[in-house]
Ligand binder design. Structure first.
Ligand code: GLN
Length: 463
């Protein structure tokens, strides 16, 4: 903990941390040492971590990357935080040591961490480039070895894409595996928590600790606790030492390899696939015909839910309140105009538009129908394969500011992560190789519902 606190301070220019509490971290580390001395330590006890700033914490501020929540203190801890680091209410958890809170796009809306009210995050592989987003602080901190692990959230790719851009491993589990209690809501039917770490094995340990049924989240999956590390290690029937993936059918959706895919990404992903073949896997052609439609579908459903979720930030109960106003309505308007950044305001306007009378049927309802068809397309694929693979993003990390003011450019780059999000399926990003400018490229693996173990097994064999 002492060593990593030093690294965090030395690399503050990356912008990955929003809040560091060294004293508290050292106290937690001493507690972990005592726990180890008592003999009741778990595998993660004493291991440092930090949390994306959308997880509420009682002992540290939570901003969600927004001015709206400047100075906000939550009275409770998110379930994921309590399970990993222990909670203010006395929950011991896995005993990990929290170094603080990590930068992210405002309310997790973005793909480059350029939408944070608290500054950009730099990619440690090339500090003129973005780390990806919205969990950009998490990915950059792990990539720069400031931390062995970080939490993230993924609504439409925000764990997988920054993991890919920053050369780390990240997994978004099946919707419902991790509790959303205390995770500041962006789009509730899509939001999922997950770990970013250096390897699939570390992700397996973290996911085991942070997941599990939570009665305080109505969409939490009611299942017994899972040992993802054991699932990761479970050998396949017919596997041999040299061919641990014998018999694993990996489906390659042709829509994930369009002509427009950057040649460096295509090359790195295909090399990784050849590596998986050598480990015994077979590659099969499959199709996800509505892949392109996942962009308009997601950018209707996610803003619709966001517009509803963010209505709670009105200056009354918590967060920012405008200083000067004439009446209540004026207070709401000024508070929200001052507190929310451009991208958040854009999403609220899109969301309220697609939900409004007269447009609901044309946009929101159509999007919901297509969402179901996208999920069905995956089930058709999983009749032909066990895992789906492809790129995470169409390019390597872009340069800071390169996308200019065109939000649609960034939306289009979400094409390969959105389908699994809309279907609620687990998805993972595994470092595959390097592309243009020596930047990392991730391989995406998508599994069927609750098949995290299969993804982790394949990724671990590959690593
Ligand atoms: N890039 C997507 C968006 O801006 C996904 C973000 C996320 O997964 N939180 O909405």
């Amino acid at each position: 903990t002492t060593h990593l606190l030093g690294r965090v301070a030395a690399h503050a220019s990356l912008g990955s941390f929003l809040h560091v509490d060294a004293e508290r971290a050292l106290a937690q580390a001493r507690g972990a040492d005592e726990r180890r001395a008592r003999g009741d330590a778990q595998v993660l006890t004493g291991v440092p971590i930090a949390h994306k700033d959308v997880f509420v914490t009682a002992d540290a501020p939570t901003t969600a990357g927004s001015k709206m929540l400047a100075g906000y203190r939550s009275p409770f801890d998110a379930t994921v935080v309590a399970r990993l680091c222990g909670g203010a209410d006395g929950v011991a958890g896995a005993g990990m040591v929290s170094l603080g809170k990590l930068n992210c796009d405002e309310f997790a809306m973005g793909s480059a961490n350029e939408n944070s009210a608290y500054g950009v995050v730099r990619n440690p592989w090339d500090t003129q480039r973005v780390p990806g987003g919205s969990s950009g602080g998490s990915a950059a901190a792990v990539a720069a070895r400031l931390l062995p692990a970080a939490t993230g959230t993924d609504t439409g790719g925000s764990i997988r894409q920054p993991a890919s851009f920053s050369g780390v491993t990240g997994i978004k589990p099946t919707y419902g595996v991790c509790s959303r209690y205390g995770m500041i809501a962006f789009a509730s039917s899509l939001d999922q928590a997950g770990p970013l770490a250096r390897s699939a094995e570390d992700c397996a340990l973290l996911l085991s600790a942070m997941s599990g049924f939570d009665p305080r989240d109505a969409t939490s999956a009611e299942r017994p606790p899972q040992d993802f590390h054991a699932q990761m290690r479970q050998g396949r029937e017919g596997a041999t030492a040299g061919r641990p993936l014998q018999g694993l059918r990996i489906g390659l959706p042709r829509e994930f390899f369009p002509a427009a895919l950057a040649a460096d990404v295509d090359g790195a992903v295909r090399a990784a696939l050849a590596g998986l073949e050598q480990l015994g896997a077979t590659l099969v052609d499959v199709s996800l015909p509505r892949t392109e439609l996942s962009i308009p579908v997601y950018y209707i459903i996610a803003p619709a839910e966001a517009s509803s979720n963010l209505s709670r930030f009105d200056g009354v109960k918590f967060g920012h309140r405008a200083q000067q106003y004439t009446d209540l309505l004026d207070m709401y308007k000024k508070t929200r105009a001052e507190g929310f950044g451009t991208e958040v305001q854009r999403r609220i306007m899109i969301g309220t538009y697609v939900l409004s009378h007269g447009y609901y049927d044309a946009y929101y309802l159509q999007a919901q129908k297509l969402r179901r068809m996208i999920a069905d397309d995956f089930q058709a694929c999983f009749r032909q394969c066990d895992v789906i693979a492809g790129p995470v993003a169409p390019s390597v990390a872009w340069r800071l500011g390169e996308q200019g003011d065109d939000p649609v450019k960034a939306y289009l780059a979400d094409i390969f992560t959105l389908p699994a999000s809309l279907a609620g399926l687990p998805g993972m990003s595994v470092p595959a190789g390097f592309g243009e400018g020596g930047m990392p490229v991730g391989l995406q693996l998508i599994g069927n519902y609750f098949a995290e173990g299969t993804l982790l097994h394949a990724a671990h064999a590959f690593q």
